[in-house]
Design a protein around this ligand. Structure first.
Ligand code: PHE
Ligand code: ZN
Ligand code: ZN
Ligand code: ZN
Ligand code: CA
Length: 295
């Protein structure tokens, strides 16, 4: 699997910041900064050879958009999806939440193109609208999938907040190995968790589980039985002393003090966390999408 260039991921964050600055400081659903963000992502994917769709929906009297990008080839009956929400809250530009996940999966998609990857699975990337208003874009996508099309999706990887300034290294707890919180994900989620875990083990970074508590766009996928996984570096939760010992950073302080605030700018990013998570995404995509399924 490739090493995703951090500078490229950060260049996308700079573009999201510029888009917000030019549009009243936000990239929220229904605001011009949202559509500008979608057009930015879509333009790069089109140029890289993806087949893209701008799927529109209505929520709260405003039009929202999902950007869906299919990489040509692979088994159409064995689809791996990779998604991140592209909208911010109205209060700010949403650079960690969720420019970070949006930029990291974008650069992974562009790396697929640069390498002319020919995966066994069919790869589909998605940038969701209106997550901040209740997972509206991802829910609309899943609700409107024909049953046969839904059955082809064998896995969904979600990335929401992967550059938190006081970062933790969380992986969605597909097997509910800690036995607490939400139950396990659909069968197959545990394997996704292990694959992501393998990457962090290889770079010597300890991780912890985070529950499928329904707070991000994997929700509509697991609700229909699609295995899911992904990473998360923390939001408004407070880093404990034990977590600061494990990962460094500041105990007694939120993983992201600028969560849902105007200060969620390009200054609100932990480069090390963003770099490790972008590489983890690429590792998971390459490992899962190029694996030959058992006969
Ligand atoms: N989905 C939340 C948001 O966008 C953040 C979050 C992600 C919380 C993952 C918990 C787990 O605000
Ligand atoms: Zn948010
Ligand atoms: Zn988010
Ligand atoms: Zn687990
Ligand atoms: Ca758990």
């Amino acid at each position: 699997p490739p090493d995703i260039p951090l500078a490229n991921v950060k260049a996308h964050l700079t573009q999201f910041q510029s888009i917000a600055n030019a549009n009243g400081g936000t990239r929220a659903h229904g605001r011009p900064g949202y559509l500008a963000s979608a057009n930015y992502v879509r333009g790069l994917l089109d140029a890289a050879g993806y087949t893209t769709t701008l799927q529109s929906f209505t929520y709260n009297g405003a039009t929202g958009y999902n950007v869906i990008a299919d990489w040509p080839g692979g088994d159409p009956n064995d689809v791996l999806m990779v998604g991140a929400h592209l909208d911010s809250v109205t209060a700010g530009p949403g650079i960690n939440d969720n420019g970070s996940g949006s930029a990291a999966i974008l650069e992974t998609a562009l790396e697929v193109s640069r390498q002319a990857l020919q995966p066994v699975k069919h790869l589909r990337f998605a940038w969701w609208g209106a997550e901040e208003l209740g997972l509206r874009g991802s829910q609309f996508y899943v609700n409107n999938l024909p049953a046969a099309e839904r059955a082809r999706i064998k896995g969904y990887l979600n990335f929401d907040m992967v550059g938190s300034p006081n970062a933790g290294y969380f992986i969605y707890d597909g097997d509910n190995s800690d036995g607490t919180g939400a139950g396990p994900g659909p069968a197959g989620s545990a394997q996704i968790e292990r694959t992501i875990q393998d990457y962090f083990t290889s770079i010597g970074v300890p991780t912890r589980g985070t529950d499928f508590d329904g707070r991000s766009d994997y929700g509509p996928f697991i609700a229909v039985g699609i295995p899911a996984g992904g990473t998360f570096t923390g939001a408004e939760g407070i880093k404990s002393a034990a977590q600061a010992t494990l990962w460094g950073g500041t105990s007694g302080q939120a993983f992201d003090v600028c969560y849902h605030r105007a200060c969620d700018t390009t200054a609100n990013i932990n480069d090390t966390a963003l770099d490790r998570n972008a590489d983890a995404i690429a590792y998971a995509v390459w490992t899962i999408a190029t694996a030959v399924p058992p006969v």
